[in-house]
Write a protein that binds this ligand. Structure first.
Ligand code: ADP
Length: 174
């Protein structure tokens, strides 16, 4: 979509800039939500790409993972999509100019560094943009939240209410 701004040099038309934020989101946390909200300061639109095939068996189905994100982000600037192919091909197919990722620590960085080099090689026209995790969410990961929930720990500070409830129902009895 094009946008028009009136500047001192007359009307200026700009293309809407969309970023693809890919991940497993099994389930989404406040850390993920923070990256999406801050990403919207840089991009006109964010497409959250939920991985169809993730190496570990996910706790939540694709539909459930998508549903949590849709409930948290009903606004038009955030779209939720299924990702089922090579990331750079999916980003191009969806009309994105960049891939958005969050970084919490050194191991995130090591992994992301290699991925970014490979993606840059495969699709030099796509930039990868990293946002550092908010200090409040540095230690938050979907896997740690599931571990805490499995042992009945309090997780309501880290995930939306519907996610906390679903985690309790799915893991509470284990
Ligand atoms: P993946 O399996 O691709 O790592 P995740 O759902 O775990 O999928 O994470 C998706 C993206 O969100 C990654 O870039 C990850 O670093 C980032 N992320 C995850 N948790 C947080 C958090 N607490 N704060 C900031 N970024 C996060």
């Amino acid at each position: 979509m094009t946008q028009c701004a009136i500047t001192s040099k007359g009307p200026e038309f700009t293309m809407e800039r969309t970023a693809l934020y890919p991940g497993s989101f099994d389930p989404m946390t406040h850390g993920h939500a923070d990256i999406i909200e801050r990403g919207l300061r840089l991009f006109d639109r964010i497409i959250v790409g939920v991985a169809v095939n993730i190496s570990k068996k996910p706790l939540f189905s694709l539909e459930e993972r998508v549903g949590f994100l849709e409930a948290r982000f009903p606004q038009a600037e955030v779209e939720i999509a299924h990702l089922d192919g090579l990331l750079v091909d999916e980003a191009k197919r969806l009309g994105c100019v960049a891939i958005l990722r969050g970084i919490r620590n050194g191991s995130d960085f090591d992994y992301e560094f290699r991925m970014t080099c490979m993606n840059g090689h495969l699709a030099p026209e796509l930039e990868t943009v990293f946002l550092m995790a908010d200090p409040e969410h540095l230690f938050v990961s979907s896997s740690l939240i599931k571990e805490v929930a499995r042992f009945g720990g309090e997780i309501t500070d880290f995930v939306p209410e519907d996610v906390a409830q679903a985690l309790g129902e799915r893991l509470g009895d284990q």
